[in-house]
Design a protein around this ligand. Structure first.
Ligand code: CMP
Length: 446
């Protein structure tokens, strides 16, 4: 059964009415705020060989071609897992109908959907916690948040298209990656939700901002190959040439997200200008997660806070804060309680070391942090927290001085202390692979 809504008639760009937020299952607005007032779109104009992909339509098409090509180059790290079929972003759809997930979920009725989200989502949200290992937390969590915020009604979304889109997003994450998989996307989406609920943001974000924030969080690492940009460049991977060695992965994640949005038809009823604007803003959010541009964003953030000139009634300022929120969400794992944070640390290190092993096999220079003989999990964590996480979260706490920020800083400090003072025997254990371990339920809170 399809949910049909009329096309939007009353564009709005203002905070989501309070009576909509926080009412689980209560969706009661009749007008739809489809208006995008974000910053100037970031246009990409690059060429690969003779194929121009100036327009995002062409780009999405090109990605489809690459995704479906049987012969496009893959990274060695990915190839080493080749016994398990790797689904590249668009070929997964061929498998969709036979996948376990879609068999059980894509044809769900509304009744089933309600049952499911009422049962599970109650535990996701109020406690800031979620099921990390249900195998489908990304779909359930994001769907729940769309419903909870009233976005389906507000934007006249087709519930089944939304579900199909989310299943496609879930399937486009490579499950063989220890870290960059759908679970990480769910983790980031949950954190993004928590930040968007912080008082300053929840009072000023428009429904468009919320829609974008959730979409960006859920899709920000789509089809991640489990290796970093340096690896793609030195192995002459086609994505590196496609994006001219600049924000290679983030551009790919963005283009995959656009491709899936179009494939699912989720926004096909939007006026094309709004759709294009949304796709550009989505890109600008996802591109902000490029960790190599961390200092650029951080200095801008610091300068704004020093001048006290971030005004959230200004759409560009709100967009900037969404970028910062997504960046925080992306690297918030060291700010979670120790028992969860520790497991993410092991998972990310597994992925680093597996890239290092692959580099050694190919006689390439081993990337920094990727040599298992020269690093320990603890050493990597201490460096990552000190130089990347702490500077960012200190500024975030200046912007959003709330109990949640204090809790996150508390976890981060105590996790860093634990990594620094781990007894020798635990340190040895911390260098061993943990890919078989599962993440327990837990949240940002104590
Ligand atoms: N706990 C962690 N320890 C070390 N590096 C991390 C950790 N969490 C995230 N990262 C890095 O932060 C980066 C954020 O962008 P990426 O997802 O591209 O890749 C991520 C990892 O390289």
């Amino acid at each position: 059964m399809e949910v049909c809504y009329q096309l939007p008639v009353l564009p709005l760009d203002r905070p989501v009415p309070k009576h909509v937020l926080g009412r689980r299952g209560a969706i009661c607005l009749t007008s739809s705020p489809i208006l995008f007032g974000g910053p100037a779109p970031r246009q990409l104009s690059k060429r690969r060989g003779a194929i121009s992909y100036d327009s995002s339509d062409q780009t999405a098409l090109y990605i489809r071609m690459l995704g479906m090509s049987a012969s496009h180059p893959r990274t060695d790290a990915v190839r080493s897992e080749a016994e398990q079929p790797v689904r590249s972003v668009l070929s997964f759809q061929k498998n969709l109908h036979s996948s376990h997930y879609s068999r059980n979920h894509t044809h769900a009725t509304h009744h089933t959907l309600d049952q499911e989200y009422i049962g599970q989502a109650k535990t996701f949200i109020p406690l800031c916690s979620f099921f990390l290992d249900t195998g489908k937390s990304l779909v359930d969590l994001t769907l729940h948040l769309f419903i909870d915020y009233g976005l389906i009604k507000l934007f006249r979304l087709d519930l089944l298209k939304l579900r199909q889109f989310l299943v496609m997003v879930h399937e486009a994450y490579r499950r063989q990656n220890p870290y960059h998989n759908a679970l990480h996307a769910a983790d980031v989406t949950q954190a993004m939700y928590c930040y968007m609920q912080e008082p300053q943001l929840s009072e000023s974000l428009t429904s468009c901002d919320i829609l974008l924030g959730l979409l960006a969080a859920a899709t920000h690492d789509l089809d991640h190959p489990g290796v970093n940009q340096t690896f793609l460049i030195k192995t002459n991977h086609y994505l590196a040439s496609l994006y001219q060695n600049a924000s290679v992965l983030e551009n790919h994640h963005w283009k995959c997200a656009v491709s899936l949005l179009r494939e699912s038809g989720l926004l096909s009823h939007f006026p094309s200008e709004d759709r294009q604007n949304l796709e550009e803003r989505l890109g600008s959010l996802i591109l902000a997660t490029d960790i190599s541009r961390q200092n650029e964003y951080l200095s801008q953030f610091r300068a704004h806070l020093d001048r006290a000139d971030l005004h959230l009634n200004n759409s560009q300022n709100r967009h900037f804060i969404l970028q910062m929120a997504l960046k925080c969400a992306d690297i918030c794992n060291p700010c979670r309680p120790w028992h969860i944070s520790k497991l993410w640390s092991h998972k990310v290190t597994d992925e680093f070391f597996s890239q290092g092993d692959s580099e050694k096999r190919q006689n390439l220079d081993v990337s920094i942090l990727c040599d298992r003989n020269a690093n320990t999990v603890a050493k990597i964590q201490i460096g990552f927290i000190s130089f990347v996480v702490e500077p960012l979260f200190l500024e975030w706490a200046r912007f959003s001085d709330t109990p949640l920020s204090q809790i996150m800083l508390g976890h981060m400090t105590s996790n860093k202390y634990k990594w620094t003072h781990l007894p020798q025997e635990d340190l040895r254990e911390s260098t061993q692979s943990t890919s078989s371990k599962t993440l327990p339920q837990g949240g940002l809170g104590p």
